[in-house]
Design a protein around this ligand. Sequence first.
Ligand SMILES: [Zn+2]
Length: 235
Amino acid sequence: MSIPVPPQQTESPYAAGESPYGAGAPYQPDPTQPHCRFCGSVPAADVTVRGHQGFLVMMKFLRLPGPFCRDCGTATVRRMTANSLWQGWWGLASALINPFTMLMNLVTWLKLRKLAPPAPGAPGTPLPVGRPLYLRPQILGLLIPVVAVGAIVYSAKQDPDFATAGDCVHNSGTAFSPDVSVVDCGGPDAQYKVLGRVESSSDTACAAFPDRVASYVVTRGSSSYSLCLARLGGN
Ligand SMILES: [Zn+2]
């Protein structure tokens, strides 16, 4: 009596179109290789998909470990990255972390797309991969950091704290309660030209500028500065 010897496995155990689980045989996962966590099919890559959510002062790091087959992995990368494109920017730290989260998903996706299509015969159906990210409305989330940086730069340009000699300013408040902003020197709002900035709030801070007609003094705690101002056009 002879013991049947199992056939030797070749490098690629499955013929094209053949089920890796045996023709008509019940699903028997091979413990030596990873199976997709969603549909159970092979081949699957043991990778992790990430997401990020910012909540101004708090943040959430999302991670979904595999293994994933090519299709379930692609669907998951697209879904979690799309969510991060909207939810990942809200907070200073989050805005810095979110691009790295999405770059890590890009690396994960590059690994997943090298996989062969999920072999048939798995217990579950692979997830539909859905539309690519650039065709989803969430791709507009990439504009959020661009708009935020633009708004910060724009408000900094108007902030008298950053005014230097040669800038022009407009006071939309009163002499006693000034509301000064930096404006375009050629624009209709320009009232005064900044002759210089002195790191002092004393009455003589602008003594070095004989042309000055006004000064704008800001004191915050122990630090203060004066903008020495001349009337525009000399009238
Ligand atoms: Zn799958």
